[in-house]
Design a protein around this ligand. Structure first.
Ligand code: NAD
Length: 487
């Protein structure tokens, strides 16, 4: 069987590039090339802009109810094809089937459904000013670019296209070069649902294609998900044409476990927030601060459950709950952080090595790894690792742990475990993070706005306010009497 080659998706269909350049995509669990993708060359880039201009003209002229109806059709196709799409995500990312099957497609569909519902509810204002009055219209921005990371490829494409399309914009989406197929599947579904050709286009390639999107003057907005360093480059480039930006970037989020917490629940949260999607989740609580009175109990239970309950292997096996990291390069990076943790004096509680499970011997696996007795200045405590590596630290004073938790330039997420309701809110209100959980960790429903403080992001995704990030307000003043003029 020949290996498939996917073209860029422009103006409602696949379009061949002229350069003939392609790149290979590997299954992280097998190290095998599963398909090739054509790079968006200059011909494709120009075609994408022309296509999006036409798409925008057609889509923005439709009523919000019409757009909503079409998007809801796409939602039902996404749900019908859940298993087929979940499999695409497992093969591209290496994540376990047991996650993709119930999370990736589902949470993507939820967000499109949520914004489809809100589309007709967007209203302007009107106000009298003397006998005159003004009113406002919420108008779409035009062509919006989406640039995605590789950890939740389809979900990210849905989270960006849902509000953008609901508000009447056209989208040019560039998935990560590691995981390009999910966005293509979404593009096909939009067409099938009745979204006009040109409204959602997919261009393929690495940083240079992203760079073209961020610099192109016909694009009004860039919504980016990725690393902090890349986000800074995107924003600098977008400044050249004063584009609006949304930045969903990295984190090094703290979880605070107080001595009145339900320790088993806190262990569950710590494991979910470090080992789900083999640790490749932006909001992960990779710094766990545990009160000294429950520290030993916490790490004893954490070690036992990590060693007994985690099953690595072929991600398509429904029993497997720890998949492969995205690439060999990323596996090596994560292992190099583990070496740093050891050399800087952290105590390795469990894990620490590459894994070669019998059912997926060539995959890029890393053992679930826990460091205890960590210090605030260790590299593993300060830098985002984006793999299954947890750092546990001890504390004994509330104010001091808040100060330590906030001592970072990142501020994506934070969590608190305590049974004291006043402490829970008091502490959470002082933590410098955009996404917070009390006695919970990681849930991100469509209704809840998400985004980072400090260098973890700008703007929000999900929740009602996100529609404001995909619209602009036009104010219209209406004169009801003769103009008074000195001329
Ligand atoms: P990355 O920054 O390497 O790449 C992200 C995207 O940017 C890719 O599509 C890439 O091709 C593109 N890109 C690279 N250079 C570019 C440039 N100069 N201009 C424009 N685009 C460019 O990130 P990644 O490794 O794909 O993803 C992991 C990172 O994403 C982690 O830091 C993680 O925390 C973050 N992330 C954040 C969220 C969130 O919602 N806050 C969600 C998922 C992932």
């Amino acid at each position: 069987m020949t290996t498939p080659v996917y073209e860029n998706f422009i103006n409602g269909h696949f379009l061949k590039n002229q350069s003939g350049d392609t790149f290979a995509v590997k299954n992280p669990a097998t190290d095998e090339v599963i398909y090739y993708v054509e790079v968006a060359d200059e011909f494709i880039q120009n075609a994408a802009i022309e296509s999006a201009k036409q798409g925008f003209a057609a889509w923005s002229a439709m009523t919000p109810i019409e757009r909503s109806r079409i998007l809801l059709k796409a939602v039902s196709i996404l749900r019908e094809r859940n298993d087929e799409l979940a499999k695409v995500e497992v093969l591209d990312t290496g994540k376990p089937w047991q996650e993709a099957e119930c999370v990736d497609v589902e949470t993507g569909a939820d967000v499109i459904e949520y914004f489809a519902g809100l589309a007709p509810a967007q209203v302007g204002q009107q106000q009298m000013v003397g006998n005159d009055f003004y009113y406002t219209r919420k108008e779409p921005l035009g062509i919006c670019a989406g640039i995605g990371a590789w950890n939740y490829p389809l979900q990210i494409a849905c989270w960006k296209s849902g509000p953008a399309l609901a508000a009447g914009n056209a989208v040019i989406f560039k998935p990560s070069e590691e995981t390009p197929l999910g966005a293509i599947k979404l593009a096909e579904i939009f067409i099938e649902a009745g979204v006009p050709a040109g409204v959602f286009n997919v261009v393929q390639g690495a940083g240079e294609v992203g760079q073209w999107l961020t610099a192109n003057p016909d694009i009004e907005k860039v919504s980016f998900t990725g690393e902090v360093g890349t986000g800074k480059k995107v924003m600098a480039s977008a400044a050249g044409s004063l584009k609006d930006v949304t930045m969903e970037l990295g984190g090094k989020s703290p979880l605070l476990v107080f001595d009145d917490a339900d320790v088993s629940q806190a262990v569950s949260a710590a494991m979910l927030g470090n080992f789900y999607t083999q640790g490749e989740v932006c909001t992960n609580c990779t710094r766990i601060y545990v009160h000294k009175n429950v520290y030993q109990q916490f790490i004893d239970e954490l070690k036992t459950r990590t060693e007994q309950n985690i099953i690595a292997g072929d991600p398509m096996d429904p029993e497997v709950n720890l998949g492969a990291l995205i690439s060999k390069k990323h596996q090596e990076l994560v292992l190099s952080y583990i070496d740093k943790g050891i050399s800087e004096g952290a105590t390795l509680l469990t894990g620490g090595k590459a894994l070669s499970p019998a059912s997926a011997p060539n995959g890029y696996f890393v053992e679930p790894t826990i460091f205890v007795d960590c210090k605030d200045d260790m590299t593993i405590v300060k830098e985002e690792i984006f793999g299954p590596v947890m750092s546990v630290l001890v504390f004994d004073d509330e104010d001091d742990v808040i100060r330590r938790a906030n001592d970072t330039h990142l501020g994506l997420a934070a969590g608190v475990f305590t049974k004291d309701i006043q402490r829970a809110h008091r502490v959470i209100h002082q933590l410098q993070a955009g996404i917070c959980w009390i006695n919970s960790y990681g849930n991100s429903p469509a209704e809840m706005p998400v985004g980072g403080y400090k260098q973890s992001g700008i703007g929000r995704e999900n929740g009602i306010e996100t529609l404001d990030h995909y619209t602009q307000t036009k104010s219209i003043y209406v004169g009801m009497s003769n103009i008074e003029s000195p001329f």
